[in-house]
Write a new protein. Structure first.
Length: 105
């Protein structure tokens, strides 16, 4: 996954998806596809692991590229997915992408 696409491909439509950490942990904990690779006993353990990995990834991107990938000013669209369905997120991205395309012709 290219988490720094805004940096590597500057002339692209850049989307940042964010979510409340408690919601993210709950989603991940109950995701059956993750059960084979992540063995957490509680949602809190899932959350702690997600926070740890997020910090490590941010340090890595800063050390390797000198960038802060979570700086939302680098993106054309920021979507908080906390209270949205997958379909709502998709529709929002497609709508904004069409507008971006029309403004960049």
């Amino acid at each position: 996954m290219l988490d720094y696409g805004w940096y590597a491909i500057p002339d692209s439509f850049k989307v940042y998806l964010k979510v409340d950490i408690d919601v993210a942990a709950k989603r991940a904990f109950y995701d059956e596809k993750r059960k084979s690779s992540e063995k957490f006993e509680t949602i809190e353990q899932q959350k702690e692991d997600m926070i740890r990995r997020f910090k490590l990834e941010n340090e890595r991107y800063l050390n390797l590229y000198g960038i802060h990938k979570e700086d939302t000013s680098n993106y054309d669209l920021v979507v908080d997915t906390t209270n949205l369905t997958v379909e709502q997120v998709r529709d929002k991205i497609l709508f904004e992408y069409e507008k971006w395309l029309n403004n960049n012709d």
